[in-house]
Write a protein that binds this ligand. Structure first.
Ligand SMILES: Nc1ncnc2c1ncn2[C@@H]1O[C@H](COP(=O)(O)OP(=O)(O)OP(=O)(O)O)[C@@H](O)[C@H]1O
Ligand SMILES: [Mg+2]
Length: 456
């Protein structure tokens, strides 16, 4: 077996990665360890740095996953370009695109390629040789699925190859202090193709998402050894490449149509960032024996549960109807604080009555139909006020405490003004407040009951 050598920044051989421990690290008192040596260094791409909690940590390994064509190569070329402007030496291992193609992209994106190196190789040993020759600070491998080690008796792209090569690159990163970014393709269902195992060997896993036919791109961390994973990066794909979006709420609500039944605005939180999202529902007569429940960007199980609570505690029954629910613009809303907004979107769609235009909705819904307060309500309300909303429907328990007049003061000086709150104690009350006092009616009372919460 060919010995795999790890190379330090000063050229020393640090050890082999042929199965033996690469370096015999002596134990040291934790108090002697310099924790500041591994602070993140900004990449210069602000939304990427936001998700990474400041930037890339030297010697760390980051996996960037995303569907084909979503913009992974563009994002990382832009990051390498920004880093190069600050004197950081970058090496792009471009196994999928030729150096000529990458150069053309760099020109299109206006990236100064001075200080950037590229190698169009897929063999692991060639990548090692390139690292030894260039001695980069940062290496980007695009993509890990195309890297190939002839010593592994397995076809390129196989799980064995991807796992083995990733492990070798992680060893190289750790022993040589080489900041490494691996690009990974994801399959249609969102899993990193083949190697979920990769997620365990790297420090950080980022996923780059969005509709290919829509300009919005979202960057999230699903694992991060150096910081929180809740932050969201928002980009717009333009002719000049990926541009960070400061006003993400404004962008998500940009295409919203006023006075539409089935549409409710929810002030969510993504990490430390308030983000207004439009939740939509559509309720239509079903031609299926078991009506369809479709959830996109919201949790299907939660939707089924809320349909049951609406039925039991708010007298909203939708027998024989398909229910579609989604978070508009490719957003993904997972917090229970969106329960009330999603419930009211369904109720509004079922009843064919829009909510008031200036209303945002916050609240978790319990199985007994009670409404529970949601964390960081003042910040959410301040963001809604900033975008011109006039009122917020909130659980009664939060109306007198964190919400209401304290919204602006608690949200910091940069946030908007106050937002009057409309309290509701339970789901039925919230439906009456948001959609009018008349008793809700069943949409198609003559039809047999819907397949109580079956999800497809
Ligand atoms: N000449 C161009 N002008 C404007 N936008 C372009 C141009 N070429 C590519 N794009 C945009 O860049 C996107 C491709 O980005 P990129 O190659 O970075 O994606 P990727 O995730 O690396 O894809 P892959 O999985 O195929 O490697 C295209 O979908 C398109 O939106
Ligand atoms: Mg690519």
């Amino acid at each position: 077996m060919v010995e795999e050598i790890a190379i330090s920044r000063n050229g020393d051989r640090l050890g082999s990665s042929d199965g033996a421990a690469p370096v015999a690290a002596a134990p040291v008192p934790l108090s002697d360890v310099d924790g500041w040596a591994s602070l993140p260094r900004p990449t210069g791409v602000a939304e990427l740095d936001r998700v990474l909690g400041g930037g890339l940590v030297p010697g760390s390994v980051t996996l960037v996953g995303g569907e084909p064509g979503i913009g992974k190569s563009t994002l990382l070329l832009q990051a390498l370009g920004q880093l190069a402007r600050c004197g950081v030496r970058g090496l792009l291992v471009s196994a999928e695109e030729s150096p000529q193609q990458v150069r053309r992209r760099a020109e299109r994106l206006g990236i100064d390629v001075e200080g950037l190196w590229i190698v169009g190789e897929t063999g692991l040993s060639a990548i090692r040789a390139a690292v030894e020759q260039v001695r980069p600070d940062v290496v980007v491998v695009d993509s890990i699925q195309t890297v190939w080690d002839p010593d592994l008796e397995s076809a390129p792209g196989s799980v064995t190859q991807v796992r083995g090569c990733a492990h070798a690159l992680v060893t190289l990163a750790k022993t040589a202090g080489l900041t490494t970014v691996l690009v990974g393709h994801v399959t249609k269902d969102g899993a990193l193709a083949g190697p979920r195992v990769l997620e365990h060997v790297v420090d950080t896993v980022l996923s780059f998402e969005g509709e290919r036919h829509h300009a919005l791109r979202l960057l999230r961390a699903s694992k991060h050894r150096f910081g929180a994973t809740g932050e969201l990066g928002v980009f717009e794909m333009t002719d000049a490449g990926l541009e960070g979006v400061d006003d993400a709420s404004g962008m998500f609500l940009g295409d919203r149509r006023a006075a539409t039944a089935g549409s409710v605005v929810f002030p969510g939180m993504e990490g430390q960032r308030p983000l207004l999202v439009e939740l939509q529902a559509l309720v239509v007569p079903s031609s299926l024996g078991t009506p369809r429940r479709s959830a996109s960007g919201v949790d299907a199980g939660r939707l089924a549960l809320l349909l049951a609570v609406l039925h039991r505690h708010a007298d909203i029954t939708i027998p024989g109807c398909d229910v579609y629910a989604s978070a508009a613009g490719g957003a993904r809303v997972t917090e229970p604080g969106a329960d009330l907004a999603l419930s009211l979107a369904v109720a509004s769609a079922a009843l064919g009555r829009p909510l008031p235009d200036d209303l945002v909705v916050i609240g978790e819904v319990g199985l007994a139909g009670e409404l529970r307060q949601v964390g960081q309500t003042p910040r959410r309300l301040a963001e809604a006020a900033r975008l011109g909303f006039g009122r917020a429907l909130v659980p009664r328990s939060s109306a007198g405490s964190s919400a209401g007049s304290s919204a602006a003061s608690s949200a910091g000086s940069s946030a908007g003004g106050t937002l009057p709150t409309v309290p509701a104690g339970n789901l039925a009350e919230a439906v009456a407040v948001a959609l009018g006092g008349a008793r809700p009616r069943s949409l198609r009372p003559s039809m047999p009951a819907a397949g109580s919460g079956s999800t497809q």
